[in-house]
Design a protein around this ligand. Structure first.
Ligand SMILES: Nc1ncnc2c1ncn2[C@@H]1O[C@H](COP(=O)(O)OP(=O)(O)OP(=O)(O)O)[C@@H](O)[C@H]1O
Length: 238
């Protein structure tokens, strides 16, 4: 078997389960009036693929991300993550799968402001069950990977927006997730810094990591290998 790359990405091989499979997923919010935020969505993301999800406001992007991130459940339909049928899992099991198999990057970075860059990257490894003696080497390696090896002792407030998002990416990949889920990762960044984050995502994709990026930015969406557009809760490959 191929050794995990420096980022901890898993490499897809022949016969590998899809990273993500949604089958006829509907998510309804009871009203009145009832809202069907997702309507019979089917989506397969192969291990190692790079997918963007676009769509106008209210089209269901956040609902989709919440389901993919095991923060919410489909009302109807099935979600398999790495072959695991997630509807059969208890809340504790879902939390464990979330911590071990998913990495999250958000628009607003969500770093702990009173903790160093290194501490920010270390924390999720605690929840992911990373062996204690592996945590710091992996955190430093992930920070090197995003070009911030010289900033480990900084507090996030002393970093630029682009650097903060790089810390968030390092935090997300240090646990060696199966899938990186990013929600408007460049929404708070200027064009140049956005380009840097996009290059980083492409590098991670090159290492074999599966990426799903939700974005309003058509230029960001085009950088992915595949793009799905949500419109009124329905998904269409574009
Ligand atoms: N908890 C909820 N209760 C009721 N309706 C909801 C809830 N969450 C989302 N919706 C509705 O579901 C639809 C899809 O919302 P969602 O937040 O997924 O859209 P979005 O594409 O992420 O929008 P935006 O780009 O503005 O964030 C909207 O009509 C929204 O009002």
């Amino acid at each position: 078997m191929t050794a995990p790359a420096a980022t901890g990405a898993r490499h897809a091989g022949p016969g590998t389960e899809p990273a993500i499979e949604l089958r006829d997923v509907t998510r309804s919010f009871p009203g009145p009036p009832e809202v069907q935020a997702l309507k019979g969505v089917n989506l397969t993301v192969a291990a190692g693929d790079y997918l963007s999800i676009v769509g106008p406001s209210g089209s269901g992007k956040s609902t989709m991300l919440n389901i993919l991130g095991l923060l919410d459940r489909p009302t109807v339909g099935e979600y398999r993550l790495g072959g695991i049928l997630t509807s059969t899992l208890s809340e504790d099991q879902r939390a464990a799968v979330r911590a071990r198999q998913l990495g999250f990057v958000f628009q607003a970075f969500h770093l702990m402001s009173r903790r160093t860059v290194l501490d920010n990257v270390l924390l999720p490894m605690l929840y992911a069950g990373t062996p204690r003696d592996e945590r710091e080497p992996r955190a430093r390696e992930a920070l090197e990977r995003v070009g911030l090896g010289h900033r480990v002792a900084f507090l996030p407030g002393r970093l630029s927006g682009g650097e903060r998002q790089r810390v968030a990416v390092a935090r997300a990949v240090a646990t060696r997730p199966r899938v990186l889920l990013a929600d408007e990762p460049t929404g708070n960044l200027d064009q140049t810094t956005t380009g840097g984050i996009m290059e980083l995502f492409e590098d991670l994709h090159g290492d074999g990591l599966t990426l799903v990026v939700i974005t309003h930015d058509a230029a960001v969406a085009r950088r992915a290998r595949r793009c799905v557009r949500l419109a009124d809760g329905r998904a269409e490959e574009v």
